[in-house]
Design a protein around this ligand. Sequence first.
Ligand SMILES: O=C(O)CCC(=O)C(=O)O
Length: 275
Amino acid sequence: MTYLSSNQLKQYEDEGFVSPINIFSKDKAKQIRDEIELIEKEMPGELEKSGRYNAHLISPLLDEVTHNPKILNAVESLIGENILVCGTTLFIKNPNEKGFVSYHQDAKYIGLEPLNWVTAWVAITDSNEHNGCMRMWAGSHKDNLKKHDQKFNEGNLLTRGQTVKNVPKDETTPLILTAGQMSLHHPTVVHGSDLNKSDDRRIGFVIQSYIGSNIKQVLGKNGVQIARGKDEYNFHETIGRPKSLMDKKDLKIKKQENDNLQEIFYKGSSKKGTY
Ligand SMILES: O=C(O)CCC(=O)C(=O)O
């Protein structure tokens, strides 16, 4: 079934992203932010470095976002009715830190094939040009995978500092979102983001990614959750959903998933970065 409008579908097809899409209220976004900040306070380091992955496995509110029917409706319009979640990432940029994201294509090192998958970037705080929102090189998803330099540079929030050269930055589109809105982007659209120059945090909760049940992980293994429909192929192990915050058993599962993810992200690399 198609839930996105024909204009939104056209935007995805022509430009490689759809934005903005309203999902939940600012109040709900604040509750989610509070839950993230509670985890940070109670378990310092748990959401840092490789710990920023798969926080939905230990946080009932992030789990609820991951399985939000409005998000799944939009995702269904792009990848079909059988939808699996194969991971999430918290992209947090604190004020006065040097965090940025170099221009890259998600499909380069993630091992998900074929490309019937999509990434949802959900704004937990407002995200705009001042605090370093994502910027998309519209139409770049129509090309093949590009060469990425591996820079491992300071402040880069990507594992290898993977960087596509010669991106026309002045022509990129800023994805301006208010807290509770989301964007969806294609696996091969080139995108990145600049520094946070505001005096508050910029928090994006990214479902990376929603995959069709026909998708294989060719570089390692990913546990998945069935978000909608059925898993017709059973290529992956299924993992459960958290019932309470920071449950010991769930923390262990998160750690195991993140160790597996590190193997995937650094496959073939002789060097490891911070994340
Ligand atoms: O949050 C950001 O600034 C970048 C996120 C990103 O690259 C992604 O979601 O694929």
